[in-house]
Design a protein around this ligand. Sequence first.
Ligand SMILES: [Zn+2]
Ligand SMILES: [Zn+2]
Length: 377
Amino acid sequence: MGATGRAAIFFGSGKPFKLIEYPVLDPGPGEVLARLDYTSICGSDVHYWRGEDPVMEDLAANGLLLGHETVGHVERLGSGVTTDSAGQPLAEGDPIVFAYFRPCGRCRACTQGRVNACETVMGGLLRPPSEPPHFVGAFADYYHLRRGQYVLKLPDGMTPEHGISANCAAAQSWMGLLRGGVGPGERVVVQGAGGLGLYAVAAAKRMGAGQVVAVDAMADRLAAATALGADATVDVTEFGDPAGRVDRVRELTGGGADVVLEVAGVPGVVDEGVRMLARGGRYIEMGQITRGSDVFQVPALALLMRNISLVGVALYDPQILRDVVGMLGDLRADPVITRLGSGHRYPLEDIDAAFADAVANRSAERPVLDLAQGGPA
Ligand SMILES: [Zn+2]
Ligand SMILES: [Zn+2]
């Protein structure tokens, strides 16, 4: 067919991205070719960009196509694809979100239902973009979904703008709470009210949590958490030491939380987060993604004597995207949710500036690559 699309290739920390044109291949049987509308710069992208992950840094020497928090529409359907992964009719032009990874369905974790722990779940992301189908990451005009990769049509009334954080920040927060088993009436503490934490506040309320407490050091983030339904906030700067914060949370929750979700990304908060739990509580570790500066200490007795569960969560079960999109659709007029998806827009050729912005800017909104600008029609 002769069409080409742009991809911004990463060659390692400190090096500029290189825009390369690749041929756009027709999707094979069971595959979907997406034309991307927006891709945000996620915290994990920033870690790779800064060279904080030696494995990724090695792979980048040959060129990597990063980018995964993305939304787009169907460009072409491969043969046999007539519906999305939820069984809804799917046609060219439909706005879609998709899981940026694909559980294999056959390994032990997959067959036991823990698909986000699949042994090869990330394999698809690290394929060399120089080889077909080229569009294996989302800092590009197109994305080539593999057979079986979860794809969901956005419901009527939802535009790609509304789904901008669905497949990473919003879904990840939802998965953390799901693994924490948040049930109706439970008391939930969210450590860190950045992008992930704010979606977690909204998700916890939607799951029926009886009380949600947000903990952060920035007043505007705490105000946003309150606007999204947090019942109480704890401003870290008002309490000089962790013990003061623990006391405050235990007071607010009447003896401790049922679930604490860590999305602050600072190892020092884990110990105090565990102490914020009631007996039998669940601690969900999701925020420490920097290799080497991820080590925390928790006294074993603080866990075992009080029957605390400590659970690590990465990625999510793609099936939850339906619930996540439902939440984002219902909240599409919410000012905080709208603001989270309204980070500064950059054309793909300005991706280096977008990354610099992501590093310098501490607001919860992620910079967004607007792939309609300068891309193929
Ligand atoms: Zn992400
Ligand atoms: Zn698997």
